[in-house]
Ligand binder design. Structure first.
Ligand SMILES: NC(=O)C[C@H](N)C(=O)O
Length: 308
């Protein structure tokens, strides 16, 4: 089994070593599993449980102070499962897998996705909001009332310099980041792609972007945007979700594999095109028959590869 994982595209984290150790553990855990689908779920499960990453516990908080998780999974037989907007669900990727494997659908949302998780033995009612993120939110004089009030509030906050993935290389400049040193950054969406040499699976899981409108869903659970997989290989994306969706970044990367590029060249080309079209910040991991590849146009994106 070969597994590549990522821990989100964005700035260079203050603590890269412990994060790298968790990513290495996630990749190694996945590589022990029997199938690519088991591998990606297990790998991402490790990252969803670590508050350093913006997925599961430690996910980004929305305008109403709630963390809602999203995930999507696809296998090379084009079976798809996605689940979104789930408060209290740490293992969003496992819910996506349930949607893929246990329902006739490809996407389930909100309270019904939480009920589905519960029905299939996935823990719900988990407190996903870390003290750090709660304090950061409360400092921002949270909005009350109508969606319009929330929109007014987030207009000056969503996608600002402290959302490093959303800020891309320009907006997320040193000054903004330094000012936010104590706050948890948002760029740590997680993903994994695995192959046993015959089939592939790809998964992405996130808490989204900080201070987004309550109920906002980004690229992560949208097939072709946050994740994609065919017989040619698989991809998982991270970064400014609205822009990733505009170019269906993961589908684009897998298309390049199918056209004959190696995994690294496919990742590079997809990110070049993303930047040219959107001018925004993102990263992608790609796994093909030949190798694993990754590319990003933000300051950093940590990855790990395990082979077993
Ligand atoms: N940091 C991220 O990767 C966020 C994710 N792509 C989203 O927009 O929800």
């Amino acid at each position: 089994m070969r597994v590549i994982v990522h821990g989100g595209a964005g700035g260079v984290p203050d603590d890269p070593e412990p994060r790298q150790a968790v990513l290495d553990e996630a990749a190694a855990t996945g590589a022990e599993r029997a199938t690519p689908l088991d591998a990606v779920e297990a790998a991402v499960g490790v990252l969803e449980s670590d508050p350093r990453f913006n997925a599961g516990v430690g996910g980004a908080v929305q305008s109403d102070g709630v963390v809602r998780t999203d995930a999507g999974v696809m296998t090379s037989d084009r079976e798809i499962g996605a689940a979104c907007s789930m408060p209290g669900v740490e293992h969003a990727a496992s819910v996506a897998r349930v949607v893929r494997s246990e329902t006739p659908h490809v996407f389930v949302s909100g309270e019904h996705a939480v009920d589905l998780a519960d029905e299939f033995g996935i823990e719900t009612g988990v407190d996903l909001l870390t003290d750090e993120k709660r304090e950061r939110y409360e400092k921002e004089d949270p909005p009350r009332g109508s969606p319009r009030e929330h929109l007014d509030w987030l207009a000056s906050r969503f996608g600002s310099g402290d959302d490093q993935a959303g800020g891309g290389s320009d907006e997320g400049g040193e000054e903004g980041r330094d000012g936010e040193k104590d706050a948890a950054p948002d760029h740590d969406t997680v993903g994994a792609v695995a192959t046993d040499g015959e089939t592939f699976a790809a998964v992405t899981s996130t808490g989204g972007r900080s201070f987004a409108l309550a109920g906002r869903v980004g690229d992560v659970p949208q097939v072709g945007s946050g994740f994609f997989c065919t017989e040619g290989g698989g991809a998982s994306a991270t970064g400014a979700g609205e822009d990733i969706a505009r170019v269906t970044l993961s589908r684009r990367a897998v298309r390049h594999l199918e056209e004959g590029l190696g995994a690294q060249a496919a990742a590079d080309r997809a990110i070049d095109e993303f930047e040219e079209i959107t001018g925004s910040g993102a990263g992608v991991i790609v796994l093909g028959d030949d190798a694993a590849g990754s590319a990003f146009n933000t300051e950093g994106m940590q990855t790990s590869v395990a082979d077993r």
